[in-house]
Design a protein around this ligand. Structure first.
Ligand code: ATP
Length: 301
């Protein structure tokens, strides 16, 4: 049996960050949206464990962690331990989500691997257990299972679906050099020594989604990590300016960056903005839309 599971990248439409908790994590109030840039994880039966990764020509293969260090190795071990079985499979990851780009590509791979291996091993993990294992793997992994649009609280791992009947068009400008999420959070702390323990709410943004109000959505996009990301990579603020001048309704840094995402009025407008940004010299500019489904089986043979 072979299963391929697809899992989406995420954008944080709102990333409200509070002062660090005692365990070092930052309390978040975030609104996630899954977008149509996806990684595929394929698993088949094997006597041992092997993991391969393929990347498109615009992803540097050197960024891919060595075998043993991939989040998919950890996902397999946790799921196997939960069921008291051995982790055996031949696994391949086909990446399309930018690496270390603030779009949670590793988290998507972990979520896809959990779903694929659960099927391959026939262990029928309950949704609650799958979400718990996902949360152990990383704050964004539960959302990669759920997909759609969702409210994330805690450190982002407590997810609750948000009704979203819209189709929102996005342009993503990928930076060839990734950024470290912990470094961005550390700089956030330096810039915000008096941050409120309670992360900022997202009332206007949630209303925009509920009512399908594109202008209100554009006006209420928010990323509390953006200032820190700009400080660490000043070129990002030019990228945002260029995208907005090219006709995007609003641009913002995705998560901890450095990918910049732009909300566009329509599919056509997104393509025009992307063409202008490509003309400006950005090599990797992707047009996508959300919300899309979380990790799901696309083929089994
Ligand atoms: P986040 O927004 O969740 O912090 P990100 O999108 O910035 O994540 P990822 O691509 O998820 O970044 O990768 C973060 C780090 O995780 C990488 O630098 C890499 O070393 C490690 N990693 C482990 N497994 C994977 C994987 N399958 N895909 C990508 N990165 C992985």
């Amino acid at each position: 049996m072979t299963y391929t599971v697809r899992a989406p990248a995420k954008i944080n439409l709102h990333l409200g960050v509070g002062a660090p908790r005692e365990d070092g994590f930052h309390p978040l109030l975030t609104v996630y949206q899954a977008v149509g840039i996806c990684d595929d994880v394929t698993v088949s039966r094997s006597a041992g464990w092997s993991l391969g990764v393929t990347v498109p020509d615009w992803i540097d293969p050197d960024l891919v962690p060595d075998p043993g260090d991939n989040i998919v190795d950890r996902a397999a071990r946790l799921l196997a331990d939960h069921h008291g079985i051995e982790a055996t499979a031949e696994v391949s990851i086909a990446k399309s989500i930018p690496m270390a780009g603030g779009m949670a590509g590793g988290s998507a791979d972990a979520a896809a691997a959990l779903v694929a291996l659960d099927r391959l091993w026939g262990v029928e993990t309950s949704d609650d257990d799958l979400l718990r294992i996902a949360a152990e793997l990383g704050s964004d992994v539960p959302f990669a299972l759920l997909g759609g649009t969702a409210l994330g609280t805690g450190r982002g791992e407590l997810v609750e679906r948000v009704r979203d009947d819209g189709t929102w068009w996005w342009v993503a400008v990928v930076d060839p050099e990734g950024m470290s999420t912990p470094a961005v959070y550390r700089h956030f702390d330096e810039l915000n020594p008096d941050a409120d323990p309670e992360p900022p709410r997202a009332d206007d943004l949630l209303e925009a989604i509920d009512t399908g109000d594109l202008d209100l959505l554009a006006a209420s996009l928010r990323n509390d990590l953006q200032e820190a990301a700009f400080d660490l990579r000043p070129s990002l603020s030019d990228v945002i300016d260029r995208g907005e001048r090219a006709g995007a309704l609003r641009g913002l840094v995705s998560g901890s960056g450095p990918t910049c995402v732009f909300l566009a009025e329509s599919a056509d407008s997104a393509r025009e903005v992307a063409a202008q940004l490509t003309g400006d010299g950005h090599d990797v500019v992707l047009v996508t839309h959300g919300p899309v489904a979380g990790a799901h089986v696309v083929t089994y043979v």
